[in-house]
Write a protein that binds this ligand. Structure first.
Ligand SMILES: [Zn+2]
Length: 102
């Protein structure tokens, strides 16, 4: 009886563990801990790190040092550039990239 209970507990433990699948980033092949801050990678259709996607976009669009990639929300990114030489300070969105399909 004791062993049966022990086995059952072990089995439950195993099943519970299986409910949390490891999410591996297809770009850097490291585990994603915060799934909520990840985004679906276009090429593989898997969840990837936010930063990894940004790095990929930077390479893909050949950004110059003045430009940066930021997340605009709703699955889209923007290539932004510092708005210098104008009376208003801030950033200009030069290009919008709809990355994640809804
Ligand atoms: Zn990554």
């Amino acid at each position: 009886m004791y062993y049966r209970e022990k086995f059952k507990r072990y089995r439950d433990y195993k099943q519970r563990k299986m409910y949390i699948p490891k999410v591996i980033c297809p770009i850097c092949t490291k585990q994603i801990n915060k799934v909520t801050t990840s985004i679906i990678h276009k090429e593989t259709g898997k969840k990837a790190h936010f930063d990894c996607i940004i790095q990929e976009l930077k390479k893909f669009y050949h950004l110059n040092p003045k430009e940066a990639v930021c997340y605009l929300g709703g699955g889209s990114f923007g290539i932004i550039e510092e708005n210098k030489g104008h009376s208003t300070k801030g950033f200009v969105i030069k290009r919008r990239i709809q990355y994640e399909e809804k």
